[in-house]
Design a protein around this ligand. Sequence first.
Ligand code: ADQ
Length: 489
Amino acid sequence: FERQDGRPFRQRLLVVANRLPVSAVRRGEDSWSLEMSSGGLVTALLGVKGFEARWIGWAGVNVPDEIGQRALTDALAQKKCIPVFLDEEIVHQYYNGYCNNILWPLFHYLGLPQEDRLATTRSFQSQFAAYQKANQMFADVVNKHYEEGDVVWCHDYHLMFLPKCLKEYNSNMKVGWFLHTPFPSSEIHRTLPSRSELLRSVLAADLVGFHTYDYARHFVSACTRILGLEGTPEGVEDQGRLTRVAAFPIGIDAERFIRALDTLPVQEHIKELKERFAGRKVMLGVDRLDMIKGIPQKILAFEKFLEENSYWHDKVVLLQIAVPTRTDVPEYQKLTSQVHEIVGRINGRFGTLTAVPIHHLDRSLDFHKLCALYAVTDVALVTSLRDGMNLVSYEFVACQDLKKGVLILSEFAGAAQSLGAGAILVNPWNITEVAASIAQALNMPAEEREKRHQHNFKHVTHHTAQEWAEMFVSELNDTVVEAQLRTRQ
Ligand code: ADQ
């Protein structure tokens, strides 16, 4: 396409996610400083060529006054971001309550909250009402900025009600929705009191995407069993209207990691780490400190490995880097104490005056340090109890082209479907099996490590974040054109 002025036509992509990809800090009544954050979604979408992307989302801060809202809106516009302002009560009920206390655990097979957990955030019904209200507020902002021909891409479990709200505004809007978590078996989804409303709302989208074919299949079965609709190989059909459902496995910007390895700061960190852990094999865990990541299970498996393999006691170290998240939620506080308690016990049991077997850090690491850690690691341990994909496993593989380290990967992470042939797959609940896999990884011959690594490296460098985003958006465009052709026939 070309515009009249000869410049190439670039379709606008409105990316709608709960959080904007920036952190905002107020400096004065009408001044803000912004810092771009660098999650998987941000890097994926920044790399998408051929689109004019705009972000719509919550800035993560409460801004009750109009002066502050206007100033923040102006500052964000420079970064192509558009804010949705949510007040504290809505955030509490919608974000802490319905999203993080109900949908997040349910979608990861941890079940619905018991009464005591619900009591902390009021009743289920009021949380669901806040969820709907917040989604409507997102829809209002999208609708205000929408121009004909734009593609609207909604992200994640926070915004399941959004496709319906958007289509009510404008049935011609091209709307896609992508879920970053697993979609659970229909038997789990059935337990959710608002199960039907959420499914119906998602089905208002033109295209619905998941990381794996299994999650897509679970979603289609939920629609057939709970709503009585027809599932087809293309998606879900309701009275002649098809919602396309498909798998779009996410990737990373592998080149960014590979390039970083040659930079001076990363090389310096690598040197320091090699000196610090000379003579010991390095095992690594990098996770958000979340129930789903299986951190206690991982550390207990490492303890079992030490119990059974005295030869390795002074020859291996486990570095567990865990970024605290949702720190105001009691379950997460309990998890932190539990992890600290287990680490303390194991270090007391197997440590010496000069070395401990586990280094546990409760913090985020900057990009350069993270790359260096990935590069010096001999064995990476990903033991998620459930995980939509798990990008840490991809990042580790991208940084291992020299060392050819081994990836131990939970079979319950989406990544098991793409990196399964190169990794050692484990059931993280089976601590004996994980301990045996640690021994297998540490003793693996170089030739086998090389073969496994090549398989995964090829996958990670070929199936990138950019490819993921481009495939989703182009499928969304095609789906809408096909639907228009069908209605004309
Ligand atoms: P997350 O649950 O956040 O993402 P993951 O996919 O592993 O999980 O991504 C985490 C990101 O945070 C990685 O880029 C990693 O480098 C970074 N990170 C984690 N711990 C860190 C630390 N201590 N220091 C610095 N950086 C750290 C959700 C879903 C996943 C899905 C992604 C993308 O839960 O299953 O893969 O979205 O769709």
